[in-house]
Design a protein around this ligand. Structure first.
Ligand code: DC
Length: 230
């Protein structure tokens, strides 16, 4: 069977990771969550006093800390997914918290952070048979990916889904804060200088505003199958 790279890009909270996990399971591919890496760097900065408040992120301190940050992924038998580890500690839940979401765009616009993480992502994907999701996978990380999907949904629908996830996870957040966070990350990710979020010219768009997870998966897997037999 042909081995391919599947790149999933799109705005925050549009179901990329859910779709990527479904695809990886179906195809027995490796799923790589590139956003988890930017979140892990952000968490390190929060836990080590490098981020204090919005106005006070010192780029030099973030860059200097990169040598002390080791990110890895380990398979979790219970969930059937990979968990993110930061310097040997499991941070899978912590990196999804709002305090991390609030600063991750500011960290992910730093050129040196991106260079380090892109190199890591390219290494993880070099043997193909990989599904990777993020913001620049089809444009920067794997510009030659055999299949590029651009996943999107209306902003209010995305925010409502993310809000529900927070509540289900026992996190106390307001819907207004989640809407604000999703909108500001959309803006920051799309307008940053380094590798902004843009749809690759050869990406195929799936708008899942009114599709269930299963319907989104069906659309995507038929596109994958077309690639695998072509
Ligand atoms: O996919 P996510 O929401 O967990 O990503 C968190 C943030 O990380 C997102 O707001 C922008 C950044 N990111 C990025 O800049 N490039 C990627 N390939 C993945 C994520």
């Amino acid at each position: 069977m042909k081995k391919i790279v599947i790149a999933l890009d799109g705005h925050s909270a549009c179901g990329k990771s859910t779709l990527a996990k479904f695809l990886a399971k179906e195809l027995s591919y490796v799923y790589i969550d590139s956003g988890a890496m930017y979140r892990a760097v952000t968490l390190y900065c929060l836990n080590n006093g490098i981020i204090n408040n919005d106005a006070d992120i010192k780029k030099e301190d973030v860059v200097e800390s990169l040598g002390r940050i080791n990110i890895s992924f380990n398979y979790n038998r219970t969930s059937g997914n990979s968990d993110t580890f930061l310097n040997g500690l499991r941070v899978e839940d912590e990196i999804r918290e709002m305090r991390v979401s609030n600063f991750v765009s500011a960290i992910s616009k730093i050129k040196e952070v991106r260079e380090k993480l892109v190199e890591f992502q390219q290494n993880l994907g070099k043997n193909k048979s990989v599904v990777m999701d993020g913001r620049d996978i089809g444009t920067v990380v794997f510009p030659d990916a055999e299949l590029k999907l651009w996943i999107t949904a209306k902003v209010d629908i995305r925010a409502a889904r993310r809000y529900k996830e927070y509540l289900e996870g026992g996190h106390e957040v307001s819907l207004e804060d989640v809407i604000e966070n999703v909108k500001s990350r959309d803006f920051n990710d799309s307008n940053r200088k380094e590798s902004p979020l843009v749809k690759a010219e050869d990406a195929i768009e799936i708008d899942n505003s009114f599709l269930s997870k299963q319907e989104t998966f069906q659309k995507a897997i038929s596109l994958v199958n077309e690639k695998l037999i072509s």
